[in-house]
Design a protein. Sequence first.
Length: 261
Amino acid sequence: MVKLALAVLCALLAWNSCEALAETESFCPLKDPPNQCGGFCLSVLTPVLNRLTIPQDQRNPSDLSKSNEVLVRQYTMESQLAALQEKQTTFENSLDSQQKYLDSNQQNLTEKLDDLESQLSALQETLFRVQTKIKYLGFEQIGSKYFYIEKVTEKNWSSASKSCRNMGGHLADIKDQEELTAIQGNLKRDTHYWLGINDLGRRDEYLSMATGKPAPFLKWSSGRPTRLETSNCVFLYNGEMYDYPCNYSFRFICQTDEENE
Ligand SMILES: *[C@@H]1O[C@H](CO)[C@@H](O)[C@H](O)[C@H]1NC(C)=O
Ligand SMILES: *[C@@H]1O[C@H](CO)[C@@H](O)[C@H](O)[C@H]1NC(C)=O
Ligand SMILES: *[C@@H]1O[C@H](CO)[C@@H](O)[C@H](O)[C@H]1NC(C)=O
């Protein structure tokens, strides 16, 4: 078996390598390599066999070592390519999982943002209610509107009007009998309360302070209005309205613009 292998190798060497080496006669003295190859071949075989796995030294090129070098290079390149491909796959997998993490994070953040936004709008609503309460501190809901009834201090009409504006409202008008009845339930009997109604602009044209338009509801006491030039402001007394000089001081009723339907 060994002999047969040697013979085959020898034949190969003789044709591929020995002919090239034969140029240096002393190195390959065989005249008939296939037949003569024997013990001699063993002596040349070892270094050549070594060259099969070791890239050929540039100073001593041969066809065989060149093709061997190509093979080695190809093998090296293939293993480098395989390594690169593996790296790429790993990288892609890593990118994939990072993408998944980012997606999940994005979704979590979006959910958190939505949550924060709804909390914010709830807070804003609360804040708005608190602000309204603070702004109209002392106002109470009577019917569909908020009113402030001054129960102690008496002021002339323009001073009472200023007080209402300072509280974020204005002197009240009354929109209908139902509202008048509701308010009267909160007032002291036999007491005067200024309302936000006057004819200071034009005689007998009783305007609402709140809207600048004709008062929505007037309930004159009998004999009123007097149509006197000095009686321009309207007060409420026991559920009825009277025109009277604005420089007199009475209690007063303010209202807010906010309607609570
Ligand atoms: C997103 O939320 C889920 C459930 O709350 C959690 O399991 C996951 O780790 C979160 N993702 C990130 C990227 O924080
Ligand atoms: C109303 O009262 C204020 C403050 O007391 C006073 O300054 C003002 O002159 C009064 N106005 C009228 C029209 O009486
Ligand atoms: C209001 O003004 C009139 C004059 O226009 C005056 O006679 C009257 O005394 C005044 N009343 C008050 C309470 O100031």
